[in-house]
Design a protein around this ligand. Sequence first.
Ligand code: AHR
Length: 325
Amino acid sequence: MKRRNFLAAAAIGGLLAAAGPLQAQDLPPLEQKDSYKVGFAQTESNNPWRIAQTKSFQDTAASCNWDLVLTDAGGSAAKQVADVDSMIAQGIDVLFLPPREESPLIPAVMRAKAAGIPTFLVDRSVDPNVAQPGRDYVSFLGSDFIDQGRRAAEWLMENFEGEEGVIIELEGTTGSSPANDRKKGFDDAVAADDRFTIVASRSGDFARDEGRRVMETLLQAHPNVNVVYAHNDEMAIGAIQALEAAGRQPGSDVTIVSVDGTRDALQAIIDGKMGVTVESSPFFGPLACETMKRYAAGDEIEPWIKVEDRIFTSENAADHLDEAY
Ligand code: AHR
């Protein structure tokens, strides 16, 4: 359905019924034109995933005729809010936002809408109890993080050869949607298999160094660990470094499962140090361009445009090394 028709239907529906949860008629429109001033407010640039995501937007700026306003919040949700405010003041036409954490970025989303700027959340989302697609922002473009955690657990349950799995979980950034959802997907799945116990679960902030430091500490408290589930590859690599420094053999006496699909993780799988990484693609630029154009053309936009993810193991990691980041 064209968005104009959808808006009309929604308006009539709004007269007939009490205000429903989704009120697409409230979303700011986007004019059809040859070029756009586009804001992309990055969370931080301390890992290959974030750098690949930024590059995808930069590459797309040329092909989609964007005047790209790019910021880097340096790992601070407060800075990311200020970055969005600055973009609003600069008069961007459209905003693409990966909210670093689920709650602190909601005021920025609301202010962009109040300023008449259509906003698309990319890769990470906000608390759905407070802000919703189709009402407060146009759509969420991203992976199913719960499913990623569940698939990592399923691989573990199918491939673990020991009798008892003692798991350390390295969580992502506290309060972020991937950390919340990857934890839920994995924890719920392994809870159904009584071979496994999660003995510790702590944030490594999606960062390699922090993952290594947290792993060093947890290893002292739980020397019998034989499984590590990291919410991203950077922390998995940090955990491998900590394990090796402690004389352990990742891949042999400790099974490592993770999420992302970075080059270092694929190499670790090829080297036999890591078991699996569930893909989480950072290449959002082309999808952002296509979705924005559809919105400007008046198409109805799905509340969640789901990115389909692959899975990388010893069977296929070498085939994907060249394309990895
Ligand atoms: O939001 C996606 C996560 O953020 C990626 O898994 C991680 O590497 C990044 O920092």
